[in-house]
Design a protein around this ligand. Structure first.
Ligand SMILES: Cc1cc2nc3c(=O)[nH]c(=O)nc-3n(C[C@H](O)[C@H](O)[C@H](O)COP(=O)(O)O)c2cc1C
Length: 400
């Protein structure tokens, strides 16, 4: 459904190589009948001429804070307030740094600071820049102040390298904007999502862990929050930034995943995406285990099953969803888990070279009572969207 019709969108374009994609973005927003205003930083104009934007928009682009022509009506305040949403695309590392620190030294940054409207930024930059700790910290600040980050994708970059940093696909940016205006169909619902790996200590310096990136769970938490659910993300250690507008709880061991989940009950929705270890050390050694003693004296014991504990709890959430990662006999093993863990839905995903822990894509089978559906290969973001849409229908039909 097109929810962008007649919406006022202020697009800020900053000076990165992906500037030219902003033109395609404007065209797509015009197709959706949005009213687009555009601000270009002076560095963006080094990449594309203002006239290209003005021809496409059929109106003036704003860029200068200090012109009487543009400022006679306090244009920077008007631009900041007379809009439904502000989108920065592409957003440079420089611009992220400025707005996370409240810098206001040009029209674009003044507008960002003077606006209390919702804001989204779509960063695009070289992989090393994206991975730089300074950029990460700035993004973390943006999330904390409620700005939504449309994370870049992986692929071939203009600097002739390959990695994360490519501007999110323009159609997906439009899709995210559209979703933002969607009715908050899960408003009033609370959700817990667990994500990432668990860490089970062996001795002061070693642990049992796994390769879970946490991405699928983080995407689900973000989608739930987009649909208005009050979302709590309980996560093991990952390299990801928590999404904006979710309550974030950092944990390590299986026992912590369970305790923090129980503390937050009752909730309506529980989605267990975390890769929680089945075992832990029988006894955590207080000192570093020596080479030979580890071989002879190290023993495992089973962890409590977090998902089953939630499914069978007296404060059981109305909808309990599990994930099942398997390297072989995916459906057989997952169907068994589905029964044992007593959840309502289970998403079985195959872990291999192509999909699973390390990939941005997922191949999923959706299991519910008497029904299994195969989902086509999708990005983890789209798997999250599809799942959350199913959750919306579940609660539409939900009777006490
Ligand atoms: C050819 C070229 C390409 C650039 N591409 C990017 C980019 O993709 N992302 C980025 O963050 N910075 C990029 N930069 C650096 C920015 O242009 C620079 O940080 C500038 O100060 C950004 O200004 P603005 O944020 O005010 O628009 C590039 C610079 C050059 C010369």
């Amino acid at each position: 459904m097109n929810l962008l019709k007649n919406k006022k969108i202020l697009l800020i374009v900053t000076g990165g190589i992906a500037c030219y994609k902003a033109l395609d973005l404007i065209r797509k927003l015009q197709e959706k009948e949005s009213h687009v205003e555009c601000v270009l930083t002076s560095n963006a104009q080094e990449f594309i001429k203002v006239i290209t934007f003005e021809s496409l928009l059929g109106k003036k682009v704003k860029s200068n804070l200090f012109t009487l022509d543009q400022e006679k009506n306090m244009n920077h305040i008007k631009l900041a307030t007379d809009t439904d949403i502000i989108l920065v695309a592409p957003c440079t590392a420089n611009f992220i740094s400025k707005i996370s620190n409240g810098v206001a030294d040009d029209l674009a940054t003044n507008v960002m600071l003077a606006s209390n409207k919702p804001k989204m930024v779509a960063p695009a930059m070289n992989t090393n820049m994206w991975q730089n700790k300074a950029v990460k910290n700035n993004l973390y600040t943006l999330k904390k102040i409620g700005i939504t980050i449309l994370s870049p994708q992986s692929g071939k970059l203009a600097c002739r390298t390959e990695g994360k940093g490519k501007l999110m696909d323009v159609d997906l940016i439009v899709d995210n904007l559209n979703l933002f205006f969607a009715e908050k169909k899960l408003r009033g619902r609370t959700a817990i999502v667990t994500a990432g790996p668990s860490i089970e200590k062996i001795d002061p310096i070693r642990f049992i862990g796994n390769f879970s990136s946490g991405l699928q769970g983080y995407e689900i938490a973000e989608s739930l929050s987009f649909f208005g659910a009050k979302t709590i993300l309980i996560s093991g250690p990952t390299k990801l930034l928590p999404p904006s507008n979710v309550e974030f709880i950092s944990v390590e061991s299986s026992e912590e995943f369970l305790q923090k989940s129980l503390e937050k009950l009752p909730v309506d929705i529980y989605i267990s995406v975390a890769a929680i270890s089945d075992w832990k050390a029988k006894k955590i050694s207080q000192s570093k285990l020596k080479k030979n003693s580890a071989v002879t004296s190290f023993h495992f014991k089973q962890n409590r099953d977090v998902l089953k504990s939630i499914s069978t709890h007296k404060k059981r959430p109305k909808l309990v969803v599990g994930f099942s990662a398997e390297t072989e006999n995916l459906l057989k093993n997952s169907e068994r888990k589905f029964k044992v863990k007593q959840c309502d839905w289970m998403l079985a995903n195959k872990i291999d070279e192509k999909y699973g822990f390390k990939s941005e894509k997922n191949k999923v089978f959706f299991i519910e009572k008497n029904n299994i559906k195969e989902w086509k290969v999708m990005t983890k973001k789209l798997v999250a969207r599809k799942l959350v849409k199913k959750i919306v229908s579940f609660f539409k039909n939900y009777k006490l």
